[in-house]
Design a protein around this ligand. Structure first.
Ligand code: IMP
Ligand code: MG
Length: 172
């Protein structure tokens, strides 16, 4: 049987999201913000972040597939669903659930920068710095966590547990 231990309580996640939203709203007080979520994991974090922001925002989504098999991303990242609109003049904020090896976001970052947005930031709810294999850092990080497989707040194991309102460590 697998069990899930609470790593970050719901109230702490929500408080941190408010802080991130406040920092981003301050930085982008002149507007033209486009939140770009990486499907599917970013959805829960992105909606909570968007609702806490105090400047007008637009949203869009990208879907990338990088997992060959197992639980580690391969270097072979493919864009499965691209952005719906051009990025010209937009202050793009990439919203991600977790940065692990960094491979997925590195490819997406290069793709976005090639479209010359007005500005570019990465915000991630979770970061596992010990696992990084490429040179890629977020501008805003919710929580730095140790190398463990976590679920909840959009993060899944085999597509399950995304809806958990805490961040938990999956023990098998
Ligand atoms: P990266 O390319 O290795 O940085 O992969 C990042 C993606 O892997 C995240 O967006 C998640 O979808 C997934 N991932 C990485 N670590 C975890 C985890 O601990 N739990 C669930 N999914 C994870
Ligand atoms: Mg993901």
């Amino acid at each position: 049987m697998s069990s899930i231990d609470v790593l970050i309580e719901e109230k702490d996640v929500r408080l941190r999201i408010k802080e991130l939203a406040a920092a981003l709203s301050e930085k982008y007080r002149d507007g033209d913000v486009l939140l770009v979520g990486i499907l599917n994991g970013s959805v829960f974090f992105m909606t909570a972040l968007a609702q806490e922001m105090t400047v007008p925002i637009e949203i869009d989504f990208i879907s990338a597939s990088s997992y060959g098999s197992g639980t580690e991303s391969s270097g072979n990242v493919q864009i499965v669903k691209d952005l719906d609109r051009p990025l010209t003049g937009k202050n793009v904020i990439i919203v991600e659930d977790i940065i692990d090896t960094g491979r997925t976001l590195k490819v997406i970052k290069e793709m976005i920068l090639s479209q010359e947005p007005a500005s570019f930031d990465i915000v991630t709810l979770l970061d596992k710095p010990d696992r990084r294999v490429v040179d890629l850092e977020a501008d805003y990080v919710g929580f730095r966590i140790p190398d463990a497989f976590v679920v909840g707040w959009g993060l899944d194991f085999d597509q399950k547990y995304r809806d958990l309102t805490f961040v938990g460590v999956l023990n098998e």
